[in-house]
Design a protein around this ligand. Sequence first.
Ligand code: WT7
Length: 645
Amino acid sequence: MEYPFQITSLEQYKEQYQKSVDEPESFWGDIAENFYWRKKWDKVLEWNFKEPKVEWFKGGKLNITENCIDRHLETMGEKPAIIWEPNNPDERTRVVTYTRLHKRVCQFAQVLLNNGVKKGDRVCIYMGMVPELAYAVLGCARIGAIHSVIFGGFSAQSIADRLEDAKAEFIVTCDGAYRGGKDIPLKSIIDDALIGNKTVKKVIVYTRTRTPVSMIKGRDVWWEDEMDYALSQIEKNNVVTMPATEMDAEDPLFILYTSGSTGKPKGVVHTCGGYMVWTTYTFVNVFQYKPGDVHFCTADIGWITGHSYIVYGPLAAGGTSVMFEGVPTWPDAGRFWDIVDKYKVNVLYTATTAIRSLMSYGLDPLQGKDMSSLKVLGTVGEPINEEAWHWYDQHIGKKKCPIVDTWWQTETGGILISNLAGITPAKPSWATLPMPGVQPVLVDERGKEVTEPDEHGLLKGNLCIKAPWPGIIRTTYGDHERCRTNYFATYENLYFTGDGALKDKDGNFRITGRVDDVLNVSGHRIGTAEIENAINMHASVVESAVVGFPHSIKGQGVYAFVITEKKHPEDDLAKKDILETVSRIIGPIAKPDKIQFVNGLPKTRSGKIMRRILRKIAEGETENLGDTSTLLDPSIVDEIKQNKV
Ligand code: WT7
């Protein structure tokens, strides 16, 4: 497959960028011509950020799976679409060609139809990283069902909340999942999530770990049985036919839940046409993907990175995508490098936190691994510190691979700010330049554009985007007003990212981190309010306040200040109980790293917790805590400072 929209020089980037700003409709119309549409769009773009309303390729008809699979069959049918590396390196690799992917996706789409799933229905997917997860995602897309993938690290309670919010009627899961040395009993967690649930009609269970599971008559069915039957329906004389459902460009493709500054996760909605164009365009340009390259994105499909850069982007580009079931440090910290060696990986895209974690194991795990196939490296999830950047550059890329630092969000669908590998310049710890179609602007607290550089010649402000790109969030599921207030109401006529950033005189951006009450722990987004809600569920907790603190591997750690009923709780036990509660309510990823029992929290006279002060204490600051005169009881600050953990 050729990519006529691949940018090949800095000059061309500049020229394309300018065109995307001056004539967005003709710019994106031309790019969209490179996809398969059943019917061409009537209008490339209509929008206002007031409601907000964003419509790309309106009136266009398509099915994203025909773009990700069918159109490649004739010329690339025997080419690997997905290379699957199991958790256990001794288990057999699975190579899924485009022809095989087509067959499996069609089969599973038929399974969904047989189980009563219709266009627009919500299907929750809670599986480990097995190829069947990709079949499930694409099977939904093929019949126009809206998938909502939930990461395997979320608890039953979190799943229950998401099922309810999405009013999901169907679930696809596994008996269990392998992750490093652990087996996670997925089906049993689903069973817990379904206690009291009245909307879910069917649960389809794929066998992975052979963990005993309970199967409820009439509700739970086995993947394998369903797939066999579906094949007998759609395969005749070795030919598989299973038509894809025609979708409008603006029909929802999926929901993905993510945390915000309120206690309740939001269902971010992406639609078919714009998301397809955006993920493919950014995939081909940022990573400078060339036909035949092996692309290894180490994310889990439970997060947006996996959706966009394991599944949709690479497949729409006719690429080869490596999917890894396990974790970077099992059986040892050389696992990524083994995979690079084994499959001759050309593009490696991983999280900043993974780099820092692997760095801490030293260079031994790299011994004897041939990584000469690598051409491009990428990072995502949080700002990368210069030390980690140089380690990645020197020891993994051997100073010959450009590193792309990709800034984006669940809400943006794909990468917004990043250098293009080898085409636009890299700058360690800077995400650098916006993609064509992306117009970032830095504003002050009142929404005024920042124009005065600071003493280092840098502009500093809250990062907003001025106009829509094809992959922008369309709504938050079931509550459009929430989408407006969260992203489009802070500053008039701007999409607000929640991040702070710096801009240098050359137009490069450096992301400094969240400016709202959202933490980024190991590249996972968790709202402080969400963790506080979970801690407060514990029977003996009166009140709590959660802030982030710098953590050498996770980027940010979770620091919880907790008031309990008893004045001196039995520290250790009480702490363990709180951790267990957070695990149950949200999932192990949200567990606080530090818990400090306190007798009070610094509050203003109107009762607002002054997190600024708590944040400083958690960061280890003792002197400059700022103005504490407005506090109801300033003495509480000294007490908290003294007992810092
Ligand atoms: C938040 C979005 C997008 C995939 C992974 C996370 C932070 C993301 C970078 C980067 C600095 C980054 C931001 C953003 N972030 N990439 N390259 N440099 N910060 O998706 O869970 O939606 O989180 O991750 O703070 O707002 P997410």
